[in-house]
Design a protein around this ligand. Structure first.
Ligand code: AMP
Length: 446
């Protein structure tokens, strides 16, 4: 998924970017990096792990000098885990230095890369983002802006980008608008971030979202907006509302928390249960479980207790670690569950690993019945635009009926929010629902 932040014109810009990345930690926990500039040199620090692990040594942040800085939290969807793939990527070319932070996935990067390599280009990483740098550097246009627009017209897919040069910071959203990116203000500084929770932490004021297909430039002449690309129909990723974004973020004119709560309410109306208590899978299922409990008049309780010192299980790359992760992260409150008919609400089922383990845990804590309620439709198709669901085979709902999923999970009943129910909350148009209905706005090119 990835989280990106950029700051233009603030003393100790890297410090603000660091805090912004910290607020966006949920968007990527594998690696992170910050690049700053004082108008002459670029200063770089990157590492693997969590933001506070990477930047915790004294002197690291203060060595990232200057009033401009950008940063990136990595969650790998493309490219391997080596440090060369950790962003922001940077390069020197005929117009100076460039650093780039990308959230999203390009669908035609492999073809472009093959072509560039056949013409002699050398790649440092196997990240799809590096093709953007090559396209900018090789463009025959004269100004940086024209080169950028040309490069971004060649690539296809999901890209929310923050780009830094010696004296300016750019924020771009692809014409489909898959991934979020917002503009904020902090005194005289301009701040860009994937989500508004990053602005809240640093005391910046949210101004507005970068629009699909918009290029925003912050430089010493002010903030400028351009719409240089062909119009496309908007396809914002609905999974941001379901799982990715932090519930305290204000995304695409709506509060994420309220949307999730509403998902639980609609789910309760669609698939009610005769039960004693409603519990969430913490933390992702909490707002939906509250909505479910409210709409069904059932008592809300915490039957699963989360250990907050482990990351999101799903983000760990291998299945064996993922399996282990559920137990690392959650335990049962037995006095809450013993003898009860329990509804457990989660935001989504992807591979089915979490729900099966959770149902078993709840039952072994003494629950009489366990009913799974999922606050999104069945995930049937992989995402090509930045979410880590690489193959169809791994998605349990792509090859199993709901009854088969129920059997696998060992729950008494399983029900998902319907796609119509989801659309009744977020709206019929303007979103990408491809993971639920296979309706891809742009095909992946091999
Ligand atoms: P699974 O065990 O594979 O079914 O994963 C489902 C759990 O992972 C749910 O509890 C979600 O909160 C969470 N989740 C759903 N989608 C994603 C994703 N793309 N990346 C990380 N976690 C996810």
């Amino acid at each position: 998924m990835c989280g990106i932040v950029g700051v233009f014109n603030k003393e100790e810009a890297a410090n603000y970017v660091y805090l912004g990345l910290h607020a966006l930690q949920h968007r990527g926990q594998e690696a992170a990096g910050i690049i700053s500039t004082d108008g002459e040199s670029f200063y770089v620090h990157k590492g693997r792990g969590l933001v506070n692990e990477i930047f915790n040594k004294k002197g690291i942040i203060s060595s990232l000098k200057g009033r401009l800085a950008i940063g990136h939290n990595r969650y790998s969807t493309f490219g391997d885990e080596s440090l060369a793939n950790v962003q922001p990527l940077y390069a020197h070319f005929d117009l100076g230095n460039i650093a780039i932070a990308h959230n999203g996935n390009l669908v035609n990067a492999l073809g472009i890369k093959r072509h560039l390599v056949s013409e002699g280009a050398i790649f440092n990483s196997n990240s799809d983002t590096e093709v953007i740098i090559h396209l900018i550097a090789r463009s025959k246009k004269t100004s940086f802006f024209e080169r950028l627009v040309e490069a971004l017209s060649i690539i296809k897919g999901a890209f929310s980008l923050i780009i830094m040069r010696e004296d300016e910071v750019y924020a771009v959203r692809d014409p489909w608008g898959f991934r979020p990116l917002s503009i904020g203000k902090l005194d005289d500084a301009v701040v860009f971030a994937s989500e508004t929770c990053a602005f809240d932490l640093i005391g910046a004021e949210f101004i507005r979202d970068v629009e699909p297909g918009e290029v925003v430039i912050a430089n010493r002449d002010g903030v400028h907006s351009y719409k240089p690309f062909k119009n496309r129909s908007e396809h914002k990723c609905v999974f941001e509302y379901i799982y990715f974004a932090r519930p305290d973020s204000f995304l695409w004119d709506r509060h994420v928390y309220s949307i999730r709560k509403k998902m639980g309410e609609v789910l309760a109306a669609e698939s009610p249960v005769d039960a004693d208590i409603v519990i969430p899978t913490p933390d992702s299922g909490v707002p939906a479980a509250l909505g479910f409990a409210k709409a069904s008049g059932l008592q809300f309780d915490f039957g699963l207790i989360r250990n907050h010192y482990v990351g999101r299980t799903f983000i760990e790359p291998s299945q064996s670690i993922r399996n282990f992760g559920v137990r690392l992260k959650l335990n049962t409150a037995k006095d809450v569950l013993d003898g009860k008919r329990v509804v457990v609400v989660d935001d989504s089922i992807v591979r089915g690993t979490t729900s099966r383990r959770i149902v078993k845990m709840i039952r072994s804590a003494g629950a009489k019945e366990v009913h799974l309620r999922i606050a999104s439709p069945p995930v049937m198709s992989p995402c090509f635009y930045g979410i880590d669901t690489p193959t169809k085979k791994e998605l349990i709902a792509s090859s199993h009926t709901i009854e088969e999923i129920r059997k696998y999970s060992t729950a008494e009943s399983v029900a998902y929010l319907s796609l119509e129910g989801l659309k009744s909350i977020v709206g019929e148009n303007g979103y990408c629902f491809a993971c639920f209905n296979g309706d891809y706005p742009i095909e992946f090119e091999k």
